[in-house]
Ligand binder design. Structure first.
Ligand code: SAM
Ligand code: DTB
Ligand code: SF4
Length: 334
């Protein structure tokens, strides 16, 4: 096994424990079985065994986003033919929340195709949605683009648990993927979120043409966040026709497994969400991801605009593997 020391706790925010790129790369590139063994030991030391969290996604504002993220079907710049809509009523979303709860989800994440919340009236509607999700006893999470500190505080006050805001890739590759904002914009929002006392959910996408070095830089950046991420979504690109990445070749599932394992080792306490792209993975590849440390998935037949795994198939897989669904321990602050 590589002589990398196992971090004993999530001290990723302290400079002494930020892994350098060589350490990350030697961990990632060691023989696969050694990597799996190391990652699984870290996993067992920090997480309940054989448990997976289910999270349901809801697209609360679809399409027409002004940003130019090259992977995203919701950008107004690409002809992807998706359905578009504005914010739904609280009751519409409540129905989705109740269905999600009945199906075992303990987190409910609402995504909006915004660069940032456009005006206070829309933001107030989101605050009402957050309050409703909290009152139904699920962990509320939202992803709304850039936030000010004041907005992050308003979300916290409404009962929000976590804010999803991905760095998506290496800082040095960011400009190849998105030109309408910078990685520093991203980090600023993450800092605002952390300062407001919200949990940080931050991850990225594999398969956008990044190099191995870019992947290591991406993981290192996650480890350097001011507020260590409580949750790290790892997406594989879903190539959508009409986007600049429509013809990107698929990620090798074993590279995904290596990425999950490396994130597990260096962010031992974070939940790792096996996110977009799971539909293209075999049951065996998903199983290796779980062994490597992934302990959350998106449940539901749709992500935001693209298809996700059938819930009955997920249920069967979890049952076959003897994995149980993590129950909700969420209690909104009084
Ligand atoms: N507009 C907000 C933002 O960008 O933060 C929230 C919604 S955005 C759709 C949330 C995340 O979805 C992105 O950061 C990206 O990681 C992921 N995503 C979007 N399109 C994807 C695709 N085609 N394949 C994989 N992940 C994708
Ligand atoms: C994340 O990292 N992945 C989810 C969630 N956070 C919001 C979104 C995946 C979207 C995949 C493309 C789509 O369905 O539009
Ligand atoms: Fe807009 Fe988010 Fe899609 Fe980028 S990823 S185009 S910000 S919805």
């Amino acid at each position: 096994m590589a002589a990398t020391a196992l971090p004993q706790s999530n001290k990723a925010s302290t400079p002494s424990s930020i892994p350098n790129l060589e350490t990350l790369s030697s961990t990632y590139s060691q023989p696969l079985l050694d990597l799996l063994y190391q990652a699984h030991q870290v996993h067992r030391a920090h997480h309940p065994n054989n448990e997976i969290q289910l999270c349901t996604l809801s697209n609360i504002k679809s399409g027409n986003c002004p940003e130019d993220c090259a992977y995203c079907p919701q950008s107004v710049r690409y002809q992807t033919g998706i359905d578009t809509w504005e914010l739904p009523s609280v009751d519409e979303v409540r129905t989705q929340v109740q269905e999600a709860k009945a199906h075992g989800s303990s987190r409910f994440c609402m995504g909006a195709a915004w660069r940032m919340p456009p005006h206070q009236q829309a933001f107030d509607q989101v605050l009402d949605l957050v309050k409703m999700v909290a009152s139904e006893g699920l962990e509320p999470c939202v992803t709304l683009g850039m936030l000010t500190y004041d907005q992050a505080c308003q979300l916290k006050e409404a009962g929000l648990l976590a804010y999803n805001h991905n760095i998506d890739t290496a800082p040095s590759f960011y400009g190849d993927i998105i030109t309408t904002r910078t990685i520093d914009d991203r980090l600023e929002t993450l800092a605002n979120v952390g300062k407001a006392g919200l949990q940080v959910c931050c991850g990225g996408i594999l398969g956008m043409g990044e190099s191995l070095e870019h992947r290591m830089e991406f993981i290192q950046t996650l480890c350097q966040l001011e507020t260590p991420p409580e949750s790290v979504p790892i997406n594989c690109l879903v190539p959508v026709e009409g986007t600049p990445m429509e013809n990107a070749p698929p990620v090798d599932p074993l590279d995904l497994v290596r990425t999950v394992a490396t994130v597990r080792i260096f962010l031992p306490t974070a939940k790792i969400r096996l996110s977009a792209g799971r539909l293209s993975l075999s049951e065996e590849a998903q199983t290796l991801c779980f062994f490597a440390g992934a302990n959350a998935i998106f449940s539901g037949e749709k992500l935001l605009t693209t298809a996700n795994n059938e819930m009955s198939k997920d249920d069967r897989l979890l049952q076959k593997l003897g994995l149980s669904v993590q129950s909700s321990s969420y209690a909104p602050a009084e």
